[in-house]
Ligand binder design. Structure first.
Ligand SMILES: *Cc1c(COP(=O)(O)O)cnc(C)c1O
Length: 404
């Protein structure tokens, strides 16, 4: 007996075709409906004997654990960031460091489930469009599963580390004329013609794996629900996945309160923040998104409407930060806490600082910032924004002069 079904998020009808990513009836977004009746008899501590990582939460996943294609994703640290918190006026601040995943971003959480499902379906070739991290992750899991893989990247604009990973794991790396939204349109066309099995986050199985970041945060905080969770929003699947995890934990009775989900966007790519400011349930796509935070350089977020529901339903918030604020927050996290994240991830910290200054976040809130990816993904941005290396003569005296 299957523990789930795929349904249309918009009209609610059952969707039986495993190769479609939109509702055949109304064109709406798809989602997985989990049957959690059996889980209601369990307690969170019942999972404690399972190894840490995404598959610990198999009760909440729509793929049998026996079929898991895994590189030991999840199980990332939750840092109590006292120095950073003191600096920005939120003493009870935590950072969930998703850069510690196998390929260096949270995308691995969704990809382990998405690729395991692709193997269940028996497809030969998987593919995705990507600003970088999705392709790095898919390429790794496709390699592990022995599947062919094609990734569609916007020409230029992909951070060096991400590009290197996709090439390294043996994917066919295709550079598409245009931005991410253009690359995604082409990947979707390929999927419709059944040339690839699409593993963008429009595929409803990926957010299912991404729910695990919320389950882990709850475990790490011993089910003391934080007041607020802050994360960057690009294509908007992650904030939706976290919301879905919260509603499922409520459904099984493991939590009774919802953290305020707070989505941060870059000023130059902010359809969700704009929709939130206008108090609308839908967003207006932006033509030419631009930001140093390439992972959230997205003008037409696939899961945008789901993200807005997640924000409104939890009493959350959405706002923008500038590229300068992102770089400042990235450095602050490095220099106060020894944690290196990529620019998109630093948007969460920049957002925490801004919303504290605006008075939206209270001083006594328990806040978790999700830092979605590893700083080494984008070494060029770091090198361009740090003090230059110091040319130094080969003598003790010369070094002393510099240190003093
Ligand atoms: C994919 C990604 C995001 C954006 O996540 P969405 O689910 O598209 O909103 C943010 N940060 C990093 C590092 C990412 O790789």
């Amino acid at each position: 007996m299957s523990n789930h079904k795929v349904v249309c998020w918009d009209c609610g009808c059952d969707v039986d075709d495993p190769f479609t990513n939109i509702c055949p009836r109304c064109g709406g977004l798809l989602t997985v409906k989990m049957d959690l009746e059996k889980v209601k008899e369990k307690k969170p501590t019942d999972l404690a004997k399972e190894p840490i990582g995404v598959w610990r939460y198999a009760d909440f996943l729509p793929v049998d654990k026996k079929h898991a294609v895994s590189i030991k994703e999840g199980g990332t640290p939750l840092y109590s960031t006292k120095a950073l918190g003191a600096e920005i006026g939120i003493p009870d601040l935590f950072v969930k460091y998703e850069g510690a995943n196998p390929t260096g971003s949270f995308k691995d959480r969704g990809m382990t489930v998405g690729v395991s499902h692709a193997v269940e379906l028996g497809v030969p070739t998987v593919g995705c469009a990507s600003t970088g991290n999705t392709s790095a992750s898919l390429a790794a899991y496709a390699a592990k599963a022995g599947l062919k893989c094609a990734v569609f990247l916007p020409s230029g604009k992909v951070a060096a580390g991400k590009l290197a990973q996709a090439m390294f794991f043996g994917a066919k790396v295709l550079s598409i004329d245009g931005n991410f939204d253009d690359a995604l349109a082409l990947a979707r066309k390929m999927a419709e013609e059944r040339k690839i099995y699409l593993l963008n986050s429009i595929n409803p199985f990926r957010p299912e794996g991404q729910k695990s970041v919320l389950f882990e945060i709850m475990d790490q905080l011993q089910y003391d629900v934080p007041d607020r969770i802050i994360l960057p929003v690009g294509n908007a699947a992650n904030i939706w996945a976290i919301y879905k995890a919260i509603t499922e934990l409520k459904e099984v009775g493991w939590i009774d309160k919802m953290p305020m989900l707070t989505g941060i966007q870059a000023e130059g790519a902010s359809p969700i923040a704009s929709a939130f400011a206008a108090k609308t349930n839908d967003f207006v796509a932006e033509e030419n998104p631009e930001t140093i935070a390439t992972a959230i350089r997205i003008g037409n977020p696939i899961s945008g409407r789901k993200a807005l529901k997640a924000i409104y339903d939890t009493g959350g918030y959405s706002t923008t930060v500038t590229d300068a604020e992102i770089i400042a927050a990235q450095k602050l996290l490095g220099r106060r806490e020894g944690v290196c994240v990529e620019p998109a991830s630093a948007a969460s910290v920049a957002g925490a600082k801004k919303l504290r200054e605006m008075g939206i976040i209270d001083r006594d809130e328990k806040v978790v910032c999700i830092c979605t990816g590893n700083g080494l993904k984008d070494p060029d941005t770091i090198i361009n924004n740090c003090e230059p290396i110091i040319k130094c003569a080969n003598s003790v005296e010369a070094v002393e002069n510099i240190l003093n």
